[in-house]
Design a protein around this ligand. Structure first.
Ligand SMILES: Cc1ncc(COP(=O)(O)O)c(C=O)c1O
Length: 480
């Protein structure tokens, strides 16, 4: 039996007993999920949804090998890492083998937030510096120390930016300060970091770390231009700081060709600290910080013990090992490349057809669809994106919209996603966009030239007041 309560009762109990800031997806019409398998989730009525957003269920929901590994170890022993045990050392050895040689020392934690918090402690202890450079729109976790360095959060709440935090522009070549037509956006964005360092130093401040996701996820599926991180690393290290690569969302082979996303930037870029989480345990709460021997030794020289009750316990390590085995045995990196390339091709065809699609960007199974009201101005189509995800849900496809304007459709499915799933998802999206564009009067032609403005001032979109997706549009679209 999967259900204790009717959906209505579950909702009522949730409203009563769960903090109101814990949001549900599709708040206007939440889904109750009772089981999941591979890339599919099932509601209480047995309806199947194609999961395009759960990068935590990395090797597929409830993968039997991962479940088996957890059960087997739970029957024998689970305890903290103060006792010698083979699982933790075997897991650390296997993880280190996926990384460049100098990244060899692991600290296990229970969440991506804990990993990033510890990474900051390591960085600050290393040279005794305090300041952190972070990217605009970044999210690095829910702990106080991470809200402070997450503009995605602190810009929305009442918190103000702390003095020791410096925000660099996101290296976004579609919507950012320097775009695809710039001669060298990587250097231009890296120079912004250099300027921040110089200004901070002029005020007597000292840089402890630069932290960034290797590809920004909550920030809108942003892929930094090649060469950016090398230059940033040079400036940050020159100031006595370290580079932290947050791979909590984008690690473990999601990009296909490489196991870690930072590796897309070439062998000459190696972060000083890498943090990982989400996909690591396929849903089991495990996370990790990996760093160099030098930084780890500086951390222990403070004399303070690092103890984490659950971090690296025998069950978590067994789960982590099983995930690594499945990635390898099922060639999920190869699958990410094959299916991701196919998906991006299909989406680019949709871009030629639908003027609402401003940009399709992605690598492997990490893809973003930037919806715009106007291709030339790149005006974010926020209300339209919300409408699309609700309509896709009606068509049994789970998607989310994120980025600073909440207009980027995020695709980051379990890595067992197939070409058939990609085709199904894109077909549904095509249908939803066709009806929506018809309703709002945007062009839907078989081939629309790049940069064609999709509306004129005072056109139908304005009349419909799309900021809130006018009722007329909603009605037409809902009739589809
Ligand atoms: C890039 C990134 N870093 C860190 C975290 C925090 O991870 P957790 O929610 O496991 O604490 C998240 C969570 O969404 C994230 O997206």
């Amino acid at each position: 039996m999967c259900e204790l309560y009717s959906k209505q009762d579950t909702l009522a109990l949730r409203r009563k007993h769960i903090g109101p800031s814990c949001k549900v997806l599709y708040a206007a019409d939440p889904i109750k999920i009772v089981r999941a398998q591979r890339q599919y989730m099932f509601d209480e009525k047995g309806e199947r949804y194609l999961d395009c957003i759960n990068n935590v269920a990395h090797v597929g929901h409830c993968h039997p090998e991962v479940v088996k590994a957890a059960l087997k170890q739970m029957e024998v022993l689970n305890t903290n890492s103060r006792f010698l045990h083979d699982n933790i050392v075997e897991y650390a050895k296997r993880l280190a083998a996926t990384l460049p040689e100098q990244l060899s020392v692991c600290y296990f934690t229970n969440s991506g937030s804990e990993a990033n918090d510890l990474a900051l402690r390591l960085a600050r202890q290393f040279r005794g510096h305090q300041d952190v450079i972070t990217l605009d729109h970044a999210y690095h976790g829910h702990l106080s120390s991470l809200i402070e360095i997450s503009p995605y959060k602190f810009r929305k709440g009442k918190d103000v930016k702390k003095e020791f935090v410096h925000v660099a522009p996101t290296p976004d070549i579609y919507r950012g300060k320097y775009r695809e037509n710039h001669a060298d956006p990587a250097s231009a964005y890296a120079d912004e970091v250099k300027k921040i360092i110089e200004e901070a130093q002029n005020r007597g401040r000292k840089i402890a770390a630069f932290i960034a996701e290797s590809m920004q996820s909550c920030g809108g599926q942003i892929i930094p231009p090649a060469g950016y991180f090398q230059k940033v690393a040079e400036y940050v290290r020159g100031a006595g700081g370290v580079v932290i690569a947050d791979e909590v969302q984008v690690g473990f082979g999601r990009v296909g060709k490489h196991f870690w996303s930072f590796q897309m930037h070439g062998k000459d870029f190696v972060p000083d600290i890498v943090t990982m989480g989400k996909p690591m345990g396929n849903g089991h709460p495990i996370a990790c910080v990996v760093t160099t021997k030098e930084i780890a030794e500086a951390f222990s020289s403070s004399g303070m013990e690092y103890f984490n009750t659950y971090g690296g316990n025998p069950v978590s390590s067994a789960v982590g090992l099983a995930v690594l085995d499945v990635i390898e045995n099922e060639d999920l990196q190869g699958n990410a490349t094959r299916v991701g390339t196919y998906l991006t091709e299909l989406l680019n065809r949709q871009k030629a057809k639908h003027t609402l699609i401003g940009d399709v960007r992605g690598v492997g199974l990490f893809v973003g669809i930037d919806l715009v009201k106007d291709r030339q101005k790149r005006t974010p189509a926020t209300a339209e994106a919300q409408h699309v995800i609700y309509k896709m849900k009606e068509n049994r496809v789970l998607l989310s919209a994120d980025g600073p304007h909440r207009n980027v459709l995020k695709i980051k499915p379990p890595m067992c996603f197939t070409k058939e799933d990609a085709k199904f998802m894109v077909d549904q999206l095509d249908g939803v966009l066709t009806v929506l564009e018809e309703a709002i009067g945007a062009q839907t032609e078989s081939v629309v030239p790049e940069n064609t403005p999709c509306r004129t001032k005072g056109g139908p979109q304005e009349r419909f007041g799309l900021e809130t997706l006018g009722e007329e549009v909603k009605q037409k679209s809902l009739r589809s």
